[in-house]
Ligand binder design. Sequence first.
Ligand code: NAD
Length: 436
Amino acid sequence: MDEVPRTPETANARRSARIPGFHRMSMEERRAAVAAFAGLDDEAVVRLADTGALPADLAERMIENAVGAMPVPIGIATNLRIDGIDRLVPMATEESSVVAAVCNAARLNYDDGGFITSATQSLMIAQIQLTGVSDPLGARLAILERRERICAICNACDPVLVRHGGGFADLEVRIVESRSGPMVITHIVVDTRDAMGANAVNTMAETLAPHIEGWTGGKVYLRILSNLADRRLARARAVWRAEALGGPDVVEGIVQASHFAEADPYRAATHNKGVMNGVGACVLATGNDTRAIEAGAHAYAARNGRYASLARFERNDAGDLVGTLEMPLAIGLVGGATRVHPVARTCVAILGAESAQEMARIFCAVGLAQSFAALKALATDGIQKGHMGLHAQNLAMMAGAVGEEIDAVAGALVASGSVRMDLAETELARLRNEKG
Ligand code: NAD
């Protein structure tokens, strides 16, 4: 039998994470407690305290136990022409090459029209899990018969949403077989307009639940939205001329890469990670919920029973490359952090989108651009060549380079053709030696 690894008898093992009243402390007191726990020096505590453009009192209202903020760079994707309108798109990401990839992809189709997008309505689904009914078929119909009543109950929960043209849109009841027997799952479908809608639909589901118990005699457990937002899809398509890409071989390489991702989940996961590099960065920049979008995207990718690729590429009659992307994009212009976080508000202003739907369409175009750029790199030079410049700078900084040393060390690494940590350290030592 494998030996169970034991926690080493270090200082770590002796410190207590039980800190009574931590949530009631001021941010400063919390930082002091964390500093004592982790042995942070004053400089580290000051860094933690710097919340930048996010006011500390706002940070504290946004989450529990706040001690600081995590700055992530925002880059602007240029060259994007979407539905005939030029857009500058803010992207918040820690990963090098993501912003450059979108700029390059968009530059290559800008003169040919850029991206064409569309979207479904902003419909979200909330689920109510009913258990313990001996007649699930009867219970299902008993719920469906009360559509008008359900509509009224839901809409009474959110008059503001109704005033904006949203509210209850549809009712579905499914019987799901489970290890605990049949469950009667009610879906309320709600038009959430410019809101992501989680709070809106969760309130409706919680309000409706006791009524459903009363109508059926069953017991409700879960009442929560589904992140598989398959009634809230955004779509983008674009054509890249073979000539602009460097010829038919490049088109063939990208089409082959696309077919590989359609056929193989191992490849599809990485392919979709490429899409999400673009989409996730836009979602974060606008203060939207990155996890909701990730969960929705991957669940949608597996909707046919096998995980597959979201973005697809094919060749048209003219031999040019056609890219398409369709994915759920439950994002909001109101609600969540989007309206309260000052940087998110600025990013929304840069985008210039007037509705959540318009914003989702832009993000979908960015996802397609990102996927195209990744496949083009993979089908030609490989991904590392484009990554190397910024990666070399990261390694230089990790080796301890500061100021002008960063470019000097990174430049030497790229020139040598070996972008490695040990070589960054050697180069930095040589540089400092040289300077005396
Ligand atoms: P919200 O409740 O903060 O704001 C939405 C409300 O704004 C609407 O219900 C409506 O009353 C009002 N509103 C004003 N103008 C509107 C307009 N033009 N269109 C639509 N509504 C308008 O936010 P939300 O969107 O209901 O919830 C989003 C938040 O919920 C996010 O922070 C998300 O992280 C969180 N959340 C997510 C999950 C999940 O994804 N599983 C679960 C729980 C909470």
